[in-house]
Design a protein around this ligand. Sequence first.
Ligand code: P6P
Length: 322
Amino acid sequence: MQRLAPALQQDDVSLELISLIKTILAATKEISFRVGQGHLGGLLGSTLDENIQGEIQKKLDVVANELFKDIILESGFVKAISSEEEDTSVAGNENGKFLVSFDPLDGSSNIDVNSLIGTIFSIHKAPKDMSADDPDMFKQAGHKQICAGYVLYGPSTMLAMTTGKGTHFYVLDRTYGGYLLVERNVQITKDTQEFSINMSNQRFWQSEMKNYVNDLLLGKNGVRNKDYNMRWLGAMVGDVHRVLCRGGIFAYPSDSRDVNKPNKLRLMYEANPMAFLIEQAGGLCVTREGRIMDIEPIDIHQRVEVILGSINEVKACLKYYD
Ligand code: P6P
């Protein structure tokens, strides 16, 4: 099986970007080890601190964030980073060519119950004419990403990554300590019989999403003329990975639980990197208004509605909003 660097060179990725990617992945190897330790690593449970998202930070959230922040900034490749766990961006090398946004541990509520979690990252080019400590550098639409990926800390530690020439899967080989290419140009099936949504929010959705999901639940007896299965892992990395592997539709729609916060998922380090991966695999990633990767960001922590997956199923969902 092909190692990471030659696989990326095959996609004409620059040596400098390959070095940055390898730096990010070096941190994922340590996180994979610590996640695998579970109770024995002493990193389960929560801290007493709340992050800018208003969430109580898990011990492993803090460790993962510090690890990624330090290793990426110390590399010298990066002008700044932004993280789900950081209030604002953190300056790096004024002459760095790249910006990295990341969610160090997505699905943190799964940590203490030994369930799936992952790391999501997104890489943009750094503007030359802006200062390293200016968070406005990150106000770049998702279609300007030059690389995006996630690492899923599952039974195997898997990397899904794209640099714009297809979405490829890699597995961490612990013997030699690197990622090996296991599937090139992953393609999502155009149709599906599997949906992924947190049904406990159903009464808070807008009527269009309620109607769409109700028709899925009617199965063969309804207008969709087929039965559907449902999955919800509580970790976007796990649900998106399943969609990439066997198709599906994943949605976190706007809801009315908190009028000040109608959306849950973050644009810069959840929706945009996943959108890049999904589109490169032949799927769609949208809100009811349009393509996620066309959204012009106004804040590094802004949240967005997400509907993604098999192209024909996403289009069928959007018809309810016509
Ligand atoms: P809920 C994890 O906190 C996350 O940001 C995504 O990874 C996941 O899909 C979603 O939130 C889960 O949200 O409301 O079901 O706990």
